[in-house]
Design a protein around this ligand. Structure first.
Ligand SMILES: *[C@@H]1O[C@H](CO)[C@@H](O)[C@H](O)[C@H]1NC(C)=O
Ligand SMILES: *[C@@H]1O[C@H](CO)[C@@H](O)[C@H](O)[C@H]1NC(C)=O
Ligand SMILES: *[C@@H]1O[C@H](CO)[C@@H](O)[C@H](O)[C@H]1NC(C)=O
Ligand SMILES: *[C@@H]1O[C@H](CO)[C@@H](O)[C@H](O)[C@H]1NC(C)=O
Length: 233
């Protein structure tokens, strides 16, 4: 019996991990492995698609550019806003989960990664007053040998995007979408590792297991709600 249980658990784990590869981007490894000495993107250090030396580029603040892609064409980002840019960059470059949403025609790109509404709303709030000149950061630039240049004037995020949903579903083209579930979505925290099985529906949707995976996330949301209610009192 014990062996059977062990085998089942192992089977479920390898169904998830066996599929793991990395995107085919400029900095991506062929497959994820542990990285020692990562300075950023530590969330993925145990199983990472990027080398530790890539994360060095992200460890400074303000970030001026990554490769030839400037982050500061409308001035330096605020720390809070920059932190969200880094979360997205870390996910794309380093997460071993990203390849689950590989773009069918471009193996370096991702498509329709389900983000949590709460993540998108927090991102929008963090960047609200920062300036931006491109609505879709994948294409709305003039690009030359000196990198990306603004096509349009710099305006605050809250003018460029209607809300967190608009930001998440536009800023990186079709890379991300907002999930209708508060649980079956990524929010770039440790919880993502647990909810991935349920997002991908690879585990028999056993109610108890599903609730178990989402528990920390739901608890956090509940705590936030309670805090907001307290603050509003
Ligand atoms: C980063 O580290 C990897 C593995 O150690 C190495 O192959 C690669 O050349 C390094 N890249 C840079 C830019 O130093
Ligand atoms: C942006 O940050 C860099 C590095 O700290 C600094 O040299 C530069 O003056 C800043 N730019 C603006 C417009 O504040
Ligand atoms: C992929 O390419 C095919 C054929 O050109 C096209 O029909 C399809 O819309 C593309 N898919 C995406 C997501 O761009
Ligand atoms: C966000 O903005 C979009 C586009 O304007 C709008 O359709 C949607 O209802 C808004 N969502 C929320 C939650 O306000």
């Amino acid at each position: 019996m014990k062996i059977l249980v062990t085998l089942l658990v192992y089977g479920a784990l390898s169904a998830v991990s066996g599929q793991q590869t990395c995107l085919l981007g400029k900095h991506h490894k062929a497959s994820p492995s542990a990285e020692i000495g990562a300075q950023e993107c530590v969330l993925y250090a145990e199983s990472s698609c990027c080398y530790a030396n890539f994360t060095e580029k992200l460890s400074q603040s303000p970030i001026i550019k990554v490769d030839n892609y400037y982050w500061n064409r409308c001035g330096n980002l605020s720390k809070a806003c920059e932190a969200y840019m880094k979360k997205i960059e870390c996910f794309y470059q380093c997460s071993p989960l990203a390849a689950h949403w590989i773009h069918p025609n471009m193996s370096f790109a991702i498509e329709h990664v389900p983000l949590c509404q709460s993540f998108c709303d927090s991102w929008f709030e963090a960047c609200r007053s920062d300036l931006v000149c491109a609505r879709d950061w994948l294409v709305d630039w003039i690009v030359d040998e000196n990198g990306n240049h603004c096509k349009n004037e710099c305006i605050p995020y809250h003018q460029m995007y209607a809300n967190g949903t608009d930001l998440c579903q536009t800023a990186w083209g079709a890379s991300f979408e907002v999930s209708s579930s508060a649980c079956h979505c990524l929010d770039m925290t440790e919880t993502d590792r647990n909810v991935i099985k349920y997002i991908l529906g690879q585990e028999n949707s056993e109610e108890s297991g599903e609730q178990e995976a989402c528990k920390p996330r739901l608890q956090k949301l509940q705590e936030q709600d309670e805090k907001e209610e307290d603050e509003n009192d």
